[in-house]
Design a binder for this molecule. Structure first.
Ligand code: ZN
Length: 271
């Protein structure tokens, strides 16, 4: 979450750690990303304070991959908003509903497989038009792979994913950090699973709930990086106050976190 990140220390120090981290990072600095690209990212309604170039495109808000296709698309579907502080921005959605999306893992240990199975059963329990199925062989629609990256600046990336394609398919790959500081040497499958659950949310078109105010999941100051030029869709009947327990918050609480009632409303609204 700078990534989906886990905070190692008290939340109040997070803002300081983020700035400290920028100096020691061995990844490309933000200055190397063109102004044109940053403007495209901003126009799509994403934060531009910590953009990184990665193989697949650009990593924004910690764990979201924006591909060139995303950057060159014009947002037409607006923001799905729950309450005053929460929003679930959709770029493209998965279409062809009802539809079964297959999920598989590659080269990952049992806790990650168990986490994927937990994710599948939690989504399917919502009785949505979109269903998930874990397959252990063949070519899944969404493949979960590992990467190994140590902590930096007090944060560690737990996982990453991207958004659906313009032709209505889910994002194809979730990356999960196998570094021992991410989930420990004996990972808790329920925690691993809750991160996969979050990343699958991105794969089917959900953005971070707390984009406008990441202080409530990541700690530190508000980090609203500017207005988007897309509209908002309000879901009737959902509360107007903040809700700190969404599965799509930008930062992990380091424990198992699943759908709250607003999340379920949003998922039901879209799928
Ligand atoms: Zn995320």
């Amino acid at each position: 979450m700078r990534k989906w990140f886990k905070t190692f220390m008290a939340a109040g120090f997070a803002a300081i750690l983020i700035s400290a981290c920028k100096k020691e990072t061995n990844q490309p600095a933000q200055e190397e990303i063109s102004q044109e690209t940053l403007l495209k990212i901003q126009a799509l309604g994403f934060g531009t304070s910590e953009v990184r170039k990665v193989d697949e495109g650009y990593l924004v808000e910690g764990d979201i991959i924006l591909t060139d296709e995303n950057l060159n698309s014009s947002p037409s579907q607006g923001i799905l908003r729950v309450g005053s502080d929460e929003q679930y921005r959709t770029t493209n959605l998965v279409d062809g509903l009802p539809r079964v999306i297959t999920v598989g893992t590659s080269g990952l240990t049992q806790p990650f497989i168990d986490g994927a199975l937990q994710t599948v059963s939690r989504y399917n329990a919502l009785n949505l038009q979109i269903k998930f199925q874990y397959i252990s062989s063949g070519k899944p629609d969404i493949i979960i792979r590992g990467f190994n990256q140590p902590p930096s600046g007090g944060y560690i990336t737990l996982g990453s994913a991207g958004f659906p394609t313009t032709n209505g398919n889910p994002y194809r790959e979730i990356k999960m950090n196998t570094n021992q500081y991410a989930y420990g040497t004996n990972p808790d499958p329920t925690f691993v699973g809750s991160v996969i659950q979050h990343e699958i949310g991105h794969c089917i078109g959900f953005r971070h709930t707390d984009y406008m105010d990441r202080s409530y999941s990541c700690g530190g100051a508000k980090s609203n990086e500017g207005a988007s030029n897309v509209g908002a869709i309000h879901i009737p009947g959902t509360p107007t106050g903040p809700d700190a327990n969404s599965w799509m918050l930008a930062c992990s609480n380091g424990r198992d976190r699943t759908f709250n009632s607003n999340d379920k409303s949003a998922l039901n609204y879209l799928y």
